[in-house]
Write a new protein. Structure first.
Length: 256
């Protein structure tokens, strides 16, 4: 499969140094997920696409240090994820695919204020800032609400705001909009586009990635295509359609 390279006129983000994966090997259970994966991620908005199990979440977890490579290295803004793991949270924000893996506090304010408090912001100030952030995102008065009583989409929104509250220079998002309604999806996409930080987002919502600077298509742990959305997304979509036709035939149905 052709590998496209991002065009030189795409501006790298200035706030953080690039993310570099060099010769990364990852085995999970009995499965080799990545074998010799090398990538430099410096564009401001990067999308990850690929079939279920292709390695998108694993790649994001490598960047935030939740998974360490079995061989090779991952560096983020000069920090080695193996050596400098404790310093990563100040640089890298992460929004999990499953909100229940992220939320640890009973109330919305505690959840959103947690990152800044960890970074040394006094609790009263962090709480006030959390309330301000919530209000700016249409969630005024949510501070006292029990997270457990929120809908899945509302929880997703809280997780995204909690990640932003910590002021990361790189924000990693793993299918962050799957439960959001259209209004919140559009509002957050616009908000993310305006943020002065680097975003790396795995998504099955191809439409959302059309305005990104770069899209990487992972197929069974390998980079199948890498470049501008207008180049990569049609290739991925064609492959997915072919795959769907095969699946449909296996299930005894008509090709879609
Ligand atoms: N905890 C685990 N133990 C063993 N294998 C795992 C584990 N987590 C993921 N894998 C395997 O690693 C591979 C990559 O999974 P990953 O979650 O990165 O894929 P993905 O592209 O994010 O998929 P999806 O679109 O379904 O979220 C898959 O083959 C998966 O089965």
């Amino acid at each position: 499969m052709t590998i496209f390279r991002p065009s030189p006129q795409q501006q790298p983000v200035r706030q953080a140094g690039p993310v570099r994966l060099a010769g990364v090997e990852v085995t999970r259970g009995a499965r080799t997920v990545f074998s010799g994966l090398s990538l430099t991620l410096s564009e401001r908005r990067i999308g990850l696409v690929g079939d279920n199990g292709s390695g998108k979440s694993t790649l994001l977890r490598l960047v935030n240090g939740l998974i360490l490579p079995d061989a090779g290295s991952v560096t983020v803004d000069g920090l080695d994820t193996r050596r400098d793991r404790r310093r990563l949270p100040a640089t890298v924000g992460f929004v999990f695919q499953n909100v229940d893996h992220q939320i640890i506090f009973p109330t919305v304010r505690e959840e959103v204020a947690f990152g800044p408090i960890q970074q040394g912001v006094p609790k009263a100030k962090a709480n006030a800032e959390a309330d301000g952030l919530l209000a700016r995102h249409g969630c005024a008065g949510w501070g006292e609400r029990a997270v457990a009583d929120l809908s899945e989409g509302q929880k997703q929104l809280v997780c995204i705001l909690a990640a932003l509250a910590a002021g990361p220079r790189i924000l990693l998002l793993d299918e962050p909009f799957s439960s959001l309604d259209l209004a919140n999806r559009l509002a957050l996409a616009a908000r993310l586009a305006a943020l002065d930080l680097q975003v790396v987002m795995a998504s099955h919502d191809l439409h959302l990635l059309e305005g990104f600077d770069r899209v990487i298509w992972l197929k069974a742990g390998r980079v199948a295509a890498d470049g501008r959305p207008a180049e990569v997304l049609p290739l991925y979509e064609a492959d997915a359609r072919a795959h769907a036709a095969e699946l449909s035939l296996h299930l005894g149905g008509q090709a879609p």
